[in-house]
Ligand binder design. Structure first.
Ligand SMILES: [Zn+2]
Length: 410
């Protein structure tokens, strides 16, 4: 997260400059490598920890990963308590159930094993366990006053990048509002990136999380908060993810492609930590809340339209062209518009390859609902960081464009 000069989070953020100030403190130790899960006991012992609280979900238990993690921790001399009911888009209720289990054992560290949901649940539980109150109390930035327990994050998907972030995203069960609880203390102390763990993902999970990771790269590369450091993460993340997601679809057991994808998703997470996200994420959240559309496809379906919209802004157009040049799908010197078109076409083809529905209409989104969705999208926090000012009317136009099937899918 950038700090330094006070930054206004709402309203007119300062325009991007290549010398935009940043204050970056890496908070998460990255341990990357095939079979690096084997180091879990040793790393938890170094925290130091004696009783570890493992937060995971039923799919990860079924894949056998949870049992392996417990065995490795126990072999390292640690006690282990387990919560294995993390759910997709974790709710306040899910976090409270997790807290109840954590309180029944005296735990001194967290291990989150799974996708973004397990990591968000562990972070949410950590807020309440260490600082009391309800998760709603931590909605916003820097609301925890007391220290939090150390967390080791072990992603089993290549998507959210939550393993490198200080935010917990928790859904309010009643309002469907996704609350972003950000605090430097919530960032994982260690992230273990073991590509072998991502082999067990069903194809659809690989697709949905992979598209999300790529959307993180594309959005972070252009936000108002981007800076020289975040661009390094975005561009490297794009080089790692864009060519490797298709490789994985072709051969799901390609461990090298899986490793590159996982590393790219983590770098995208680091980019978000510095530069936030944009209008595609703002537009996606109401789609998930009202129609239950999974996050990755929701962001993916909006992304090409948001890119086209943002590119009207000359600085954003240049930033997209530079991004497209990173994995060499275009060359800036051939012209900015050409690079932009190559980027959009690549994104659309990738959405087709990933099996993402061709339009919002295919997901049951009704035209009459668009004003309400646009209203909510314009109030999403991430809309503030979009490189081009985006309001309710713009979101109406973006949703309408996304109701029509994308060009490559017809
Ligand atoms: Zn996302």
């Amino acid at each position: 997260m950038t700090a330094g000069k006070p930054t206004r989070l709402n309203g007119d953020l300062p325009q991007f400059s290549t010398l935009a100030a940043f204050d970056h403190q890496p908070r998460t130790r990255l341990v990357f490598g095939v079979d690096s899960l084997q180091r879990l006991g040793e790393l938890a012992g170094q925290l130091p920890a004696q009783t570890v609280f493992l937060v995971t979900d039923p799919g990860i238990v079924a894949a056998g990963h949870a049992e392996r993690a417990v065995k490795i921790l126990e072999a390292g001399g640690l006690q282990v308590a387990v919560f294995d009911r993390a759910e997709e888009n974790p709710t306040v209720d899910c976090v409270e159930q997790c807290v109840a289990v954590a309180r029944s054992t005296k735990v001194d560290a967290f291990v989150a094993l799974g996708g973004g949901s397990a990591m968000d649940t562990a972070k949410g539980c950590n807020f309440i366990l260490t600082n009391g109150g309800r998760i709603q109390d931590y909605w916003g930035t820097g609301k925890a006053s007391k220290p939090m327990l150390p967390l080791i994050a072990i992603p089993t998907t290549a998507g959210t990048g939550s393993e490198c972030q200080s935010a917990a995203l928790i859904m309010d069960d009643r309002t469907h509002q996704k609350m972003a609880c950000l605090d430097a203390k919530a960032a994982p102390r260690i992230a273990i990136l073991d590509p072998r763990l991502t082999l067990s993902q069903p194809r659809m999970v690989t697709a949905c999380t992979g598209i999300d990771a790529i959307a993180h790269v594309v959005e972070t590369a252009v936000t108002k908060r981007r800076n020289a450091l975040s661009l390094t993460y975005s561009h490297e993340g794009f080089k790692l993810t864009l060519p490797n997601l298709p490789r994985i679809f072709e051969n799901p057991s390609d461990l090298e492609a899986r490793g590159r994808m996982q590393l790219g998703a983590a770098l995208a997470g680091m980019a978000i930590e510095n530069s936030m996200l944009g209008a595609a994420h703002a537009a996606a959240n109401p789609l998930t809340a009202h129609y239950g559309i999974v996050h990755g496809p929701a962001v993916g379906m909006m992304l090409p339209h948001v890119v086209r919209f943002n590119a009207q802004e000359p600085e954003a157009l240049k930033a997209y062209a530079e991004l497209a040049s990173a994995p060499e799908i275009a060359c800036v010197s051939d012209g900015l518009e050409e690079a932009l078109n190559a980027l959009i076409r690549h994104l659309e083809l990738l959405l087709d390859l990933a099996g993402i529905p061709p339009s919002l209409g295919h997901c049951g989104v009704e035209e009459k609902k668009i004003p309400e969705l646009a209203d909510e999208a314009s109030r999403q926090w991430t809309a503030n960081f979009n490189p081009r000012k985006v309001g309710r009317e713009d979101f109406i136009a973006l949703y309408q464009a996304a109701l029509r099937p994308r060009a490559t899918a017809v």
